[in-house]
Write a protein that binds this ligand. Sequence first.
Ligand SMILES: [Zn+2]
Length: 391
Amino acid sequence: MKKYLKKGVVFILTLVALYMAMIVFLPEIIDKKYNKVLQLPPYKVSDEAMKLTDSLDFIADLHCDALLWNRDLLKNNNFGEVDIPRMIQANMALQAFTIVTKVPKNMNFDKNTGETDAVTLPYILEGRPIRSWFNLTERALVQTASLHQFSKKSDGKFYIIKSKTDLAHYINARKSNKKLAAGFLGVEGSHALNGDLNNIDVLFNAGVRMMSPVHFFDNKLGSSAHGVAHEGLTDFGKKVIKKMQEKNMILDVAHSSEKMLDDILAITTKPIVSSHTGVKGTCNTVRNLSDKHLIGIANTGGIVGIAFFKKAVCKADAKNIAEAIQYTVNLIGVTHVALGSDFDGAVTVPFDVTGLSLIVDELLKLNFTHQEISLIMGGNVKRFLLENLPD
Ligand SMILES: [Zn+2]
């Protein structure tokens, strides 16, 4: 009996040791597998592009999923696509940290259902809080909490922007010290509400200021561009949008089906964004926005973030990104276009955040003026947030 007891204890201790090892090593293994950079830094650009990038007062990006991977964003990591030290190195003022709570297994751009969930197992194996293992709202809250932790431990270097006032303060602080960075929180896919309107308040109180109705599968709000039904907004979806906009939570239409986009444009009372997208005009995929929808978003007073990965721009390089920007500017005007990298969004990107000057270089080659480049690289995001965040 004693012998069996001893074996049992050894077995359990071995399991515990394995779990502890997994918690330490697994996040980095998964992270490196999904978030690849085609060309590693340092990056070479023209003198003019380097000078202009360094002189820009507000570089901003509307989308990254860096919080999903359980990475220390206060460290300059030699993997992944963005972190706070690299933002500062890149003279980047603001990054949207958009939270992913659930993705289907075998995720693809054409057809997904919400039946499977590839986030559950990593959340368990990485030792995330038990309350978040099977609860999407809690998963979002774990990620909002980690960004707040990074801010707290940053010695005042990393701000979280939740209001017009926060942003105005930050802009002021950055006038005398460019070695600061900031983030604002978004959620990718409103299944993070667990089907409960009250959870809009819960997420808002945790700092979330932007949210998209859908991600890779159809949910209670309506259809994803990569889902099955290709329908529009449900009644619940309309209620969510109404409540979000009453609270000045920004509506992000990235990943919406075409019919969803029509329905959203018909009811929105505020300017909206597509945080990370390509445009059908330069790369005709299901993921990308048609001219009609680009014009619709611009007509709300909204902005469109051009993404950096292959399905968005057809070839993941700075030249194709700049051409998508140029097409969009020609169609809807330079004040409606921004960056929406999708860094760390389980996509392969041409460069990490320290390579944003490569886009500046390509925009210069396309004869954009310094003033236009300053708007595209972040000036538009600054203006948009100063106008549309809560007071
Ligand atoms: Zn996305």
